[in-house]
Design a protein around this ligand. Structure first.
Ligand code: ZN
Length: 224
């Protein structure tokens, strides 16, 4: 299990570095603590995994240590060890990448963009729009980006739920343009987000991606 986590953290590190040219985490060692439980040190929910942000996700909130944490799972809740799931590892690592590019406020639409983008890169790298199916032993998983959710009709004000709207739009873009182009313009688009910790919106994100596409490809992927 230790080797598997090591492999997946390195795999996604190399993906962001070698494929997308992201060196922002190169000189920073990201720690990964596994087997989190109510009684571990530090304690936490064994059914969850999280990234501890170095930048304030909430305006005025505390900064964390920049490391990744993975719950050990909970048999009575039907949750498997989160450190063994590539999609969960990739999701949490992408939060770290986003946090080092633009520390988006972790609430409302910008929080949902954090979640949706973390889901997107995990799903794109694995070529699978579902997050968490192994963790919960259920083909529906936690979330599915191949969805028909729409903004604002399906917006509920919860970052993981609303992340499916934003991540679903990114997944649609991938279906249209293919993985290579979609990953690149979505990644480059993040660099065009306004400086955080400003609250930003889905529309800001999608416009930044279109702008990245125009700069990289001269609008060749843009019909009107
Ligand atoms: Zn997340």
């Amino acid at each position: 299990m230790k080797l598997m986590r090591f492999y997946h953290v390195n795999y996604i590190h190399n993906y962001f570095q070698n494929t997308l040219g992201f060196y922002g985490l190169n000189h920073r060692r990201i720690g990964a603590t596994v087997q989190i439980s109510w009684f571990s040190s530090p304690p936490g929910d064994p059914r969850n995994a999280w990234y501890s942000p170095i930048n304030n996700w909430y305006v005025g909130g505390d900064s964390g240590d920049g490391n990744l944490y993975f719950g050990r799972g909970s048999r009575i809740h039907g949750v498997n060890n989160l450190a063994r799931a590539a999609d969960v590892i990739y999701h949490e690592y992408t939060h770290a990448v986003i946090d080092h590019i633009r520390p988006l406020a972790y609430r409302e639409e910008s929080g949902a963009m954090h979640e949706g983008t973390a889901d997107y890169f995990s799903c794109s790298i694995l070529n699978d729009p579902i997050i968490g199916e192994w963790v919960v032993s259920n083909p529906q998983g936690f979330r599915n980006l191949d969805n028909r959710l729409r903004y604002p009709d399906d917006y509920v004000g919860q970052v993981h739920s609303d992340g499916r709207i934003y991540g679903g739009a990114l997944w649609d873009l991938r279906k249209l343009l293919g993985q290579n182009i979609a990953d690149r313009i979505i990644f480059e688009g993040m660099k065009r987000f306004p400086d955080a910790p400003a609250q930003i919106y889905f529309l800001t994100g999608l416009n930044a991606i279109i702008d990245a596409d125009r700069r990289l490809h001269g609008f060749s992927n843009h019909e009107n």
